[in-house]
Design a protein around this ligand. Structure first.
Ligand SMILES: *Cc1c(COP(=O)(O)O)cnc(C)c1O
Length: 426
């Protein structure tokens, strides 16, 4: 057997870690299929138990019987603010600065345009937007599109050269748009340092928290972050296509000119007035009618975070990603010999709740793992991505997943036609 070597951490030891895990109780809050170790909660969160009953009620009672009355009587109209208030705690924000609406892509457009408007009124000579090369594509596309629309100069340095690029832009720096935890590598940007530097230069920051919210604590208010967006369907477990959230610091809300002036962001939507007038407060970030069923699913899903201490969440996340890499590195074939490399920072404190590996046959390896019930994902060209959602994974899961990966790589179990053929969604 190729993988007969004893792992440094035994399964028994992992079971003991689970017995002492202060967050172990949260697993009961999720519906997870038998025989599956789910390491893709960073892409689509697992199903919280609270969601199905809420959706059944929303469809069978509120829609079927309440009909249009449910906008008022079943609280459909206020659902975005209720969901936002739950998210606010997870991102260190007072709730009156958070709104749930649309997708990250759409919200990024609103924030970029609104922030550019604010900067133009403060100092029109500020014309540089610093973003980063290799960010999640939607962010890169929107940065480029909005920069072109509004006549900004877009500067896209490598992530480790962002602060230098900011310094170079000097007092022409208007905006910085970055993602806190990188979607491929899991590398964490220095949010306090970059935010402080941007402010010292008179610029504003827009942080994308797609891989942060629900995986680790963050303190938007305390760090005086200006704007942020985040995802509803990743670590927040809102379900496929769940709406995203958007954060605008209180000090900017009144001067924030939202470019997508839909009727739900109007001060009086049901007055049906000819001219648009922004809703007071964060409500102006709304645009059109929201996907109510998705919104209610997200709201119910957020109950999984009730009473969860976010420092414990982060501690467990770091323990799990460390356990995973330790187990892999102890394997005789790990590293160059088996073609596997580590694409995440080595230090747990420098990465989010994921471990990314590289392998030329990454896609097939992930498929072979999925066939064995270990679900991760693949990001072209060669990244194997494993997310560790601390609410529903155990240390034993991590142990078994690492062993399965070792076995698939070392035995070349991935080298079969059914694992090599690419599907549409990877
Ligand atoms: C997942 C993700 C998105 C998703 O954008 P949507 O428009 O909500 O689909 C955006 N940015 C980052 C960094 C992501 O990881």
């Amino acid at each position: 057997m190729l993988c007969a070597m004893e792992s440094p951490v035994t399964r028994e030891h992992c079971a003991a870690l689970d017995a002492a895990d202060p967050l172990a109780f949260a697993r009961e809050r999720f519906v997870l299929p038998e025989g599956v170790i789910y390491l893709d909660g960073n892409s689509l969160g697992a199903l919280p138990r609270s969601v199905a009953p809420r959706l059944r009620e929303a469809v069978e009672r509120d829609w079927a019987h309440g009909l249009i009355r449910s906008w008022n009587d079943a609280g459909w109209y206020s659902a975005p603010q209720r969901a936002a208030a739950r998210i606010a705690r997870l991102i260190g924000a007072q709730p009156d600065q958070v709104m749930v609406a649309d997708s990250i892509s759409v919200n990024l457009f609103k924030l970029l345009a609104g922030a550019i408007g604010i900067q133009r009124r403060r100092d029109p000579r500020r014309t540089v937007l610093v973003a980063e090369r290799g960010n999640f594509p939607t962010d890169v596309y929107l940065d480029a599109s909005v920069a072109a629309l509004y006549g900004l100069e877009l500067v896209c340095p490598e992530p480790h050269e962002v602060r230098q690029a900011m310094t170079l832009a000097g007092d022409r720096l208007a905006l910085v748009q970055l993602t806190h935890v990188h979607y491929r590598s899991g590398r964490i940007h220095d949010m306090p340092g970059i935010t402080a530097q941007a402010h010292a230069q008179g610029a504003l920051v827009i942080w994308d928290l797609a891989h942060t919210a629900g995986a680790m604590p963050v303190s938007l208010d305390a760090l005086e972050v200006d704007f942020a967006v985040g995802c509803g369907y990743k670590y927040l477990n809102g379900g496929a296509g769940a709406p995203a959230f958007v954060y605008v610091a209180r000090r900017w809300i009144d001067s924030f000119e939202q470019p997508l002036v839909g009727w739900h962001g109007h001060a009086r939507p049901f007055a049906f007035e000819h001219h648009w007038e922004p809703a007071p407060g964060i409500g102006r970030l709304q645009c059109g009618t929201q996907p109510v069923l998705s919104l209610l699913a997200l709201e119910a899903a957020l109950e999984a975070f009730d009473g969860i201490d976010l420092d414990l969440l982060r501690a467990k996340s770091m323990a799990m990603t460390t356990l995973f890499t330790d187990l892999l590195e102890a394997s005789p074939g790990f590293g160059t010999e088996a073609g596997l490399g580590l694409a995440s920072p080595r230090e747990a404190a420098a990465r989010g709740s994921q471990v990314s590996l590289t392998h030329p046959q990454g896609y097939a390896i992930v498929q072979a793992l999925i066939a064995r019930g270990v679900i991760g994902d693949f990001r072209a060209p060669d990244i194997l991505r494993f997310g560790f959602a601390p609410l529903y994974l155990s240390h034993v899961d991590v142990h078994d997943a690492a062993l399965a990966l070792r076995e698939v790589v070392l035995s070349r179990a991935w080298d079969r036609p059914e694992f090599l053929a690419r599907k549409a969604v990877t």
